[in-house]
Write a protein that binds this ligand. Structure first.
Ligand code: NAD
Length: 321
């Protein structure tokens, strides 16, 4: 039976992976720690490792893995950007990913953020729990009358368009590689038209050299006053300082963020005040119309099941040749 060292696992990951491995096809050993140069020694004696987005599988880690006889890396995410693929090839280590895990999960989270921001759900919740039925400051708008711009019409962008379709809003979209599916749901246009016409803009493109800080003072300057911006893709798509300036000036009316340039421990360290007071995120968080979640978009039962079953399938297929 093949032994797999599974890194970066929380108890919920472990439950879904155990369930997918109910017949004991492989032996899974879970580590909460991330795979790094200083933790790679844990892989001694394993046939495969499984990693997630924040594990860093660079050349030196791969050299060590090869020396331990590890033959395969089963990624539990779509992107390969945390693995030195050249080194993996060189050392004959096979790398597999989970190409798609429930695009609806992230799409629905983007919608949840749009609705919660529009109807000020988090503020209303606090008020009513304090027996306060005052509606001042909670005024929303109808999505049926709104124009929504979707940037990036891949798996998640299309799922977002599909979910929005029933609301009767006007749907615009942009992607350098248009798809037939999205064209049936929305009107393809250029970015400047999206900026000029949208009441809500939701980002669903990957982070690349082209999209780094796509949302900055120049693009924000082209948007409608009081625009709603939603980012569930990658933190680097938004220049946080420029978004803050947009909130200050009233150009940006609402901001929903699930992803950040610094995430996890770094983000929370910032929040606990061990950074200078002028920290951009600390200021952003002081705005009631800024809604933040911690890279939660993918986090549904269906997505975790898909991640676990594809990972087990990848491991099994590899070891069966
Ligand atoms: P995908 O590859 O299916 O689609 C991405 C689309 O973006 C493609 O159609 C591509 O042509 C387009 N694109 C590329 N460059 C662009 C540009 N310059 N401008 C506009 N569009 C561009 O990917 P996906 O599965 O739909 O994922 C979209 C994003 O969501 C990714 O950034 C991914 O990292 C992120 N994501 C977030 C979570 C979460 O939990 N928040 C989970 C999964 C994925």
């Amino acid at each position: 039976i093949k032994k797999v060292a599974v890194f970066s696992t929380k108890p919920y990951d472990q439950r879904f992976l155990e369930a997918a491995n109910h017949d004991g096809r492989v032996e899974l050993n879970f580590f909460e720690t991330r795979l790094r140069q200083h933790t790679v020694k844990l892989c001694d004696g394993y046939d495969a490792v499984s990693c997630f987005v924040n594990d860093i599988v660079d050349r030196s880690v791969i050299e060590q893995l090869a020396a331990f006889g590890v033959k395969m890396i089963a990624l539990r995410c779509a992107g390969f950007n945390n693995v030195d693929m050249e080194a993996a090839n060189e050392f004959g280590i096979r790398v597999c990913n989970v190409p798609s895990y429930s695009p609806e999960s992230v799409a629905e989270h983007a919608l949840a953020m749009m609705f919660a921001l529009n109807r000020k759900i988090t503020r209303a919740n606090v008020r009513v729990k304090e027996h306060n039925f005052d509606l001042e400051g909670l005024l929303g708008f109808n999505f049926a009358k709104a124009t929504i711009g979707i940037i990036g019409t891949g798996k998640i962008g299309v799922a977002t368009l599909r979910a929005l379709k029933g609301l009767g809003c006007e749907l615009l979209c942009y992607d350098p590689y248009p798809s037939k599916e999205a064209a049936e749901l929305a009107e393809y246009t250029d970015l400047d038209t999206i900026y000029a016409r949208s009441d809500v803009i939701s980002l669903h493109c990957p982070l690349t050299d082209d999209t780094y800080h796509l949302i900055d003072k120049t693009s924000i300057g082209k948007m409608k006053d009081n625009v709603m911006l939603i980012n569930t893709s990658r933190g680097g798509l938004v220049n946080a300082q420029d978004a803050l300036d947009g909130m200050k000036s009233g150009k940006v009316g609402y901001l929903g963020l699930d992803v950040y340039e610094l995430e996890g421990d770094l983000f929370f360290r910032d929040l606990s005040g061990r950074v200078p007071n002028d920290d951009v995120f600390a200021l952003l968080l002081s705005y009631p119309n800024v809604l933040v979640t911690g890279h939660q978009g993918y986090f549904t039962k269906e997505a975790l099941e898909q991640i676990a079953s594809t990972t087990l399938h990848n491991l099994e297929s590899y070891f069966q040749g």
